[in-house]
Write a new protein. Structure first.
Length: 961
């Protein structure tokens, strides 16, 4: 038997199943070897021996005993031999012997012989008719049983205390309440209602027909209630899934002084299993031991099932080990329990033990084993189990078929899953759902949606599981039209109110960036739950509305809903997008409080948040605390170093990652090239770009080419940049041509700029950045007519320049500023602060770089326009609203202009305050009169004609067009 000692070598050995134990499991199943004669065979032998050793003229009473043995053991052949002797010696007309023979033939499903004996009787015998009726019921022939009962009544055969229980059981099985009531009336008229067996059967009949109240009233009318009466009632409650009421009845029975028997224990253990109440189950187990009840097969199986469903799988296995001869039900209960609680290795070892014991698995056993194979990815064993199921003719068994589809799907073998599905003669909704789920899990979302479309067009019934499953694929495809169609279908079919459907629709609308529809569903909910909040917060976070995500988190806290690691990760991403450092730190505290720091998703998001909020030191600390770093962890930290201009640190970390045996992905290499770009490491960048496919098996994508072209362009290697563009093996996108246009602007290459701009006008006609950069190039060359043409082109094309926007976080609140913003309640103070700073900066030698502004106004007006840039307004507000000391953290949606860049270098020196600005490209740490981006913004003397040269070379026009 299986030992559940966790240190047992058999259990750690499961890790090597594909090479050892699995080899035995792969072998086809064989029926157990016949060891000894069965109980029935023994009885046959006894009957035959007695028959052969006796005189053939013995009195009928001797034959009666022998026939009773045949009936008890269902020994049909011996019984037929006895019947032949009875006919030969003239005893076949004896009523007692005839009744025994009717009972034997009925129990053995030989109803033709039984009926001939009944019809041969000179007078109708209630015992014979009752035996025939009982045989039909016991073998599941309910319709035939009721016909026999009606014929019996027409012949005037009076019913007895054995007739009524059988025919009432037939009514129970058929759920024929009308017939049951009629028979109840007959029992009342004939006086048998008070009989214990009849009363108990009436209790069961009404319960199975859905009338538990009537069943309870009948039970209350039983004068002398035996344990059988109680068992009948609370068995009905358990079968009706009213397990709590069944437990209450059991307690009432014990209080009334009725001693429970093994059957009572089995029933109440089933109730505990239904309630998943291991504590109560242990109490019943203890009561069973205290009463000295034997651990019979039924009680043992019920205990195993109860402990399994209550999550106490070790106790389930311990009970299982005490079963002397476990049957297939015992094995199924413990194997299914192991699978239910993800002890899949145990389940497969138990399957091996089961085979070794000689017990042949059935479809239920193999269905559970298929789930274990699916969870562990054991494809070959799954195929072997499939072969065994085919031998059992499993195509008609829906449970096994669903298990096959699920196993193949989770092993990413969708062709096999589809074949298993196609072979099924009948397909119910569960099988359709399993296949749709398989395609969705394997990211074949188009096939999942197509299958649902076929299901819908063929008028095949679907349920909430179908819609929830297909909506996952719709969300992945961002197919908003399909989402709206399914939304309509859910309303028309009455499924819309389902918890899972509503949350799936909410999630799908969110991932399709239809936030308004998602919010409407969210607000129409009639319940509070974590899933809905997670979907809504994630949608806000992914599509740039981090402020709403954080507000929703506060609302979630007010509703006393505890977060999980996934929602914590989404909120940290929202803080990262907003550069909300303080709120990110608070979420870090929450993550520690709720124990989320061991979750890899939350840990990675924490690194990303600190890096994007401008604190590379905090990001490094968070990264160092991740125990098992994956590629996402490494990429987040390398990307953080790159954004902050720490190119050498990024490359050092990248090499450390390689030494740890973690292979990079394409995102990691984008971060590496960005690090080289921001730090001016041209040779290093070229080395990694040229060797990435050879060293890491990763072909360069648009992003890699764009990074490399930007690096070459910034360093003045324009010819190499152009050659690289021409060598791209696919059509270059906007990011590549944008990098080339930026290089042309920096180096005043008009021809190159025009070529790049023409390509961008075709690829991204709606984006204003191309027009702005091209106008900058023309302005730097004094080509004002061309500048005017670009502005006219923008106007004619209805392209509007994206306004400069900046954000700053103060006291857990995000403040937004746009160019020339005067909407803030403290705008007078903000502009007064800017005037004050302007005076101080002029004394320190600062002069606004008005050459970058191309408005047709005088110099003083240009200076005012420059003073009103959004990042300057944000910094001024930070200086008046925040106490001295901590850095000012500002995020900007565009690249910071050269004038603001120079302005902040003076400000940080004068006010002795670090200023951290995150623009669209990178971080700028202004401290002690300098910036961290020494490569991007070279130190140039800003005097006289050199000022304009500097502005044209590395500046960017900003302002209102």
């Amino acid at each position: 038997m299986l030992s559940i000692n966790k240190t047992s070598p058999r259990f750690w050995y499961i890790n090597f199943l594909p090479h050892s134990t699995l080899q035995r499991l792969y072998l086809p199943f064989k029926p157990p070897t016949i060891r000894t004669a069965s109980h029935a065979t023994v009885k046959d032998s006894q009957s035959t021996l007695v028959l052969s050793s006796q005189s053939l003229t013995k009195p009928p009473i001797s034959y009666s005993k022998l026939l009773s043995q045949c009936v008890a053991s269902k020994s049909l052949n011996s019984g037929m031999e006895l019947h032949a002797h009875l006919i030969k010696f003239g005893f076949s007309r004896d009523p007692s012997l005839r009744n025994h023979l009717v009972t034997l033939y009925s129990k053995c499903c030989h109803f033709g012989y039984a009926r001939k004996l009944v019809d041969a009787s000179s007078e109708p015998d209630v015992v014979s008719w009752s035996s025939l009726l009982s045989g039909y019921v016991q073998n599941g022939f309910v319709e035939e049983a009721l016909l026999v009962f009606k014929e019996m009544c027409l012949l005037g055969v009076k019913c007895n205390e054995f007739t009524f229980p059988s025919v009432l059981k037939a009514c129970s099985l058929k759920r024929d309440l009308s017939m049951g009531r009629k028979i109840h009336g007959m029992a009342v008229v004939t006086g048998f209602e008070s009989d214990g067996f009849v009363a108990n059967t009436l209790v069961v009949m009404y319960a199975k027909c859905g009338l538990l109240d009537d069943s309870r009233r009948l039970f209350g009318g039983i004068v002398e209630r035996s344990v059988v009466s109680w068992n009948a009632l609370f068995s009905c409650y358990v079968q009706s899934e009213l397990c709590g009421e069944a437990v209450d009845l059991f307690k009432e029975m014990v209080r009334s002084g009725i001693r429970p028997n093994e059957f009572s224990i089995s029933i109440i253990l089933n109730a505990c299993a239904g309630l998943q109440d291991g504590g109560l189950g242990r109490t019943i187990h203890g009561l069973m031991l205290k009463m000295g009840l034997d651990l019979d097969q039924f009680s043992a199986n019920a205990l195993v099932d109860m402990y399994s469903k209550a999550g106490e799988i070790e106790n389930a296995v311990a009970v299982f080990q005490k079963i002397a001869r476990p049957d297939v039900v015992s094995w199924n209960a413990v194997i299914a329990g192991c699978v239910l609680h993800e002890r899949n290795d145990w389940a497969l070892m138990l399957l091996d033990e089961m085979k070794s014991s000689g017990t042949c698995p059935n479809m239920f056993t193999l269905s559970s084993a298929l789930k274990a194979c699916a969870a562990m990815g054991f494809k070959e064993l799954g195929r072997q189990l499939h072969s065994s199921l085919i031998k059992m003719d499993s195509n008609s068994d829906l449970f096994a078929a669903v298990g096959l589809v699920d196993m193949y799907s989770k092993c990413e073998m969708m062709d096999d899953a589809r074949r298993a599905y196609d072979l099924m003669p009948k397909k119910d909704i569960i099988v359709w759902n399993a296949l749709i789920s398989g395609y969705s899990q394997c990211s074949d979302d188009l096939e999942a949606v197509s299958l649902f479309s076929k299901m819908f067009s063929e008028d095949i019934d679907f349920n909430q599981t179908t819609l929830s499953t297909v909506l996952k694929s719709v969300a992945s495809l961002q197919a908003i039209k399909v989402c709206k169609q399914i939304h309509t279908i859910s309303i028309k079919s009455g499924i819309y109110s389902d918890f899972y459907v509503i949350n799936s629709l909410l999630d799908t609308y969110g991932k399709c960036n239809h936030i308004d529809e998602a919010l409407k569903i969210f607000e129409e909910r009639t319940w509070e739950d974590l899933v809905a909040y997670t979907s809504m917060i994630t949608a806000y976070s992914q599509y740039g509305d981090g402020e709403e995500a954080l507000k929703l988190y506060l609302q979630m806290q007010d509703a006393d809903i505890q977060p999980d690691p996934f929602i914590c990760s989404s909120l940290l991403n929202a803080c990262a997008n907003l550069s909300a450092y303080e709120q990110g730190k608070q979420l870090h505290v929450h993550a520690i409080k709720f124990g989320f720091m061991c979750d890899i998703f939350a840990s990675n998001s924490l690194v990303n948040m600190y890096a994007k909020c401008g604190s590379i030191e905090d990001a490094d600390c968070a990264f160092s605390e991740i125990p098992n770093r994956g590629i996402v962890s490494w990429s987040a930290m390398i990307g953080g170093y790159a954004q902050h201009g720490h190119g050498k640190e990024a490359l050092k970390l990248f090499n450390e990652m390689l030494r740890d045996g973690v292979p990079p992905n394409h995102i990691t290499l984008v971060s590496v090239l960005c690090a080289c770009n921001h730090a001016g490491l041209v040779n290093e960048g070229k080395k990694y770009f040229e060797k990435m496919e050879e060293m890491f098996g990763i072909k360069p994508t648009q992003e890699h080419y764009a990074c490399m072209i930007d690096l070459l362009g910034r360093s003045g290697k324009l010819n190499e940049a152009v050659e690289l563009v021409n060598s791209i093996p696919f059509e270059a996108d906007g990011s590549v041509w944008g990098a080339l246009l930026g290089a042309a602007r920096i180096h005043k290459n008009i021809e190159l700029g025009q070529k790049a701009a023409e390509m961008l006008f075709d690829l991204e006609p709606e984006k204003s950045g191309t027009h702005v950069l091209l106008a900058n190039i023309y302005a730097s060359a004094g080509m004002w007519e061309n500048v005017a043409k670009v502005r006219k082109l923008m106007k004619d094309s209805k392209v509007k320049k994206e306004p400069g926007m900046s954000w700053i976080e103060i006291k857990d609140k995000i403040y937004t500023f746009i160019v020339g913003d005067r909407s803030h309640s403290r705008s007078d103070e903000i502009y007064a602060k800017l005037d004050q700073l302007g005076e101080l900066l002029r004394k320190a030698g600062y002069s606004p770089i008005v050459e970058i502004d191309i408005h047709n106004v005088n110099k003083s007006e240009k200076e005012q326009l420059l003073y009103h840039h959004s990042e300057k307004l944000a910094v001024a507000f930070g200086l008046i609203a925040m106490p001295p000391g901590p850095p000012l953290r500002v995020k900007k949606n565009l690249r910071i202009c050269v004038d603001c860049h120079t302005f902040f270098k003076f400000v940080c020196k004068i006010v002795s305050r670090e200023i951290i600005v995150r623009d669209i490209n990178r971080f700028h740490h202004f401290k002690d009169g300098s910036c961290s981006c020494v490569f991007a913004y070279q130190q140039i003397v800003l005097d006289g004609s050199e000022r304009q040269k500097f502005a044209v070379a590395v500046g960017e026009f900003e302002g209102s067009w």
